[in-house]
Write a protein that binds this ligand. Structure first.
Ligand SMILES: [Zn+2]
Length: 465
């Protein structure tokens, strides 16, 4: 059998034109069942070709007369334009039309109606698809995937996709600074849920230029804000690409609908790395020492203590029992008592412990100092846990994994420039947060330069909508 697929193009006057889109032959019993991917792609490309050409002819004829006086406009000439769409590259004939005398323009001045209506050579949807997939796969893999399922093999390229991501990333980056306040109102946070916790962590990626930057890595910081009710939002940046980490944090919280006076609970692991990301923020911050790090330090002591089951502590209890009791106290917000008791056990080993107790003594000292130097950040973990609030910075590690691991990880032998990683991270977090929409690309994207470009503002407003 042979299946002929035709399209009927009906114009405004009701005149119908029939065009053949595709013919599929199935003659022998060994032929594949149904339409193949290649046949489907060819069919879609053919349909797209006729539709785009029909629309462009409509645009040209709508500009055949002056919209003020109705006089017929002269055509200066025709040129070919290529429009890249999700269903392939379409070549269309585009007229240059002379301005009407009534417009007051210089004699001979002309314009292209098609360029006014379709300013870019790529449809927003194709732009969106490229950027979205490049946020999740390598540029080469994303190009190959799109080319395999859509008739776009001659339409997109690895270098073009890379360029798109940088342009969109740069536009999003500028949106972070300029429109943090505006977007908060426009996003879905009409009645934002209270912020349950925020956690920040960082990862190191390989630098793309090792000969010039020996041993240098790209420091990517990622954070996650968890809201009561279970929603969460991510943010990420490369450290040397932002003027201030604290400002970045403020902008992210504002854009996420967190009020300026709302208290922000942040998990810390006591490391300097973390301080770098939050120091200097203008918001009221409540720090909580990460329970995971405390539990790990207790675990190390429990393991060494179990080798000495008969050891008694100064208060006459078994060592394991005493350690378990101290852990219970820290969990229930009575850390000062636990610290005092741990100190007593630690001191009981003397200034220089016997060799067999050295590891135990060292672990005890480490935990005791850790709790004492961070005692401002200890809370009643049991109560938080019962309320369903986070108690651990595991949410930050998960955030870093989500932003970095799959797309940018060291394991995949990818190398990054600071700027490239930063811009891709912007695209990736926007997509992971669900803020990347095809309609955001409706205005042509150019690398943003001027601070108040009306074109850019219009794009940013759409981005937020
Ligand atoms: Zn006119």
């Amino acid at each position: 059998m042979r299946m002929m697929i035709e399209a009927h193009l009906v114009d405004d006057e009701g005149c119908t034109e029939r065009v053949q889109l595709s013919a599929i032959d199935r003659e022998s019993t060994t032929d594949p069942l149904g339409m193949s991917l290649a046949e489907g792609k060819a069919l879609l490309a053919a349909a797209q070709h006729h539709l785009v050409n029909g629309q462009c002819q409509g645009i040209a004829s709508a500009h055949a007369h002056c919209e003020h006086c109705g006089a017929r406009l002269g055509v200066k000439g025709w040129h070919q334009r290529q429009i890249r769409t999700v269903f392939g590259l379409v070549k269309v004939q585009s007229p240059r039309v002379r301005h009407c005398r009534c417009s007051g323009k210089a004699t001979g001045a002309s314009f292209s109606p098609l360029t006014q209506v379709v300013p870019t050579s790529m449809t927003p949807e194709l732009e969106y698809l490229q950027v979205k997939w490049a946020a999740h796969l390598s540029y080469a893999a994303a190009t190959a995937l799109l080319s395999e399922v859509l008739p776009v093999a001659d339409t997109i390229s690895v270098s073009g996709m890379k360029r798109r991501v940088r342009v969109v990333g740069a536009a999003l980056e500028q949106a972070v600074g300029q429109h943090a306040c505006a977007t908060a109102d426009l996003l879905q946070f009409k009645e934002p849920a209270p912020l349950a916790a925020l956690a920040v962590d960082s990862a190191w990626l390989r630098h793309c230029d090792p000969p010039r930057h020996q041993g240098r890595h790209v420091n990517l910081v990622a954070g996650r804000a968890c809201f009561e009710g279970g929603k969460s939002r991510l943010y990420a940046y490369v450290h040397n690409q932002v003027p201030s980490a604290a400002t970045r944090l403020d902008q992210f919280l504002t854009a996420s609908g967190v009020g300026k006076d709302e208290r922000v609970t942040i998990f810390t692991d006591g490391a300097a790395e973390f301080e770098k990301a939050v120091n200097g923020t203008s918001r009221p911050i409540c720090r909580i020492l990460d329970w995971f790090h405390i539990a790990m330090k207790f675990r190390a002591i429990e393991q060494t203590a179990s080798k000495h089951p008969n050891l008694l502590t100064p208060n006459g209890r078994g060592l394991c029992e005493e350690i378990a009791s101290c852990k219970w106290l820290v969990w229930h917000g009575k850390a000062s008592t636990a610290v005092a008791r741990l100190k007593r056990v630690y001191d009981a080993f003397g200034v220089i412990p016997q060799d067999q107790f050295w590891t135990l003594w060292w672990n005890l000292g480490r935990l005791f100092w850790y709790l004492r130097s961070n005692d401002w950040y200890l809370v009643n973990y049991a109560r938080r846990h019962h309320k369903g609030l986070p108690i651990s910075s595991a949410i930050a590690e998960a955030a870093v994994n989500e932003v970095v691991s799959w797309r940018m990880a060291k394991k995949r032998q990818m190398r990054w420039s600071d700027e490239g990683a930063h811009l891709l991270a912007q695209v990736r977090v926007h997509d992971l947060n669900g803020d990347l929409h095809p309609r955001a690309f409706a205005v042509p994207l150019r690398p943003p330069k001027p601070l108040h470009d009306p074109m850019e503002d219009a794009y940013l407003m759409r981005m937020a909508a």
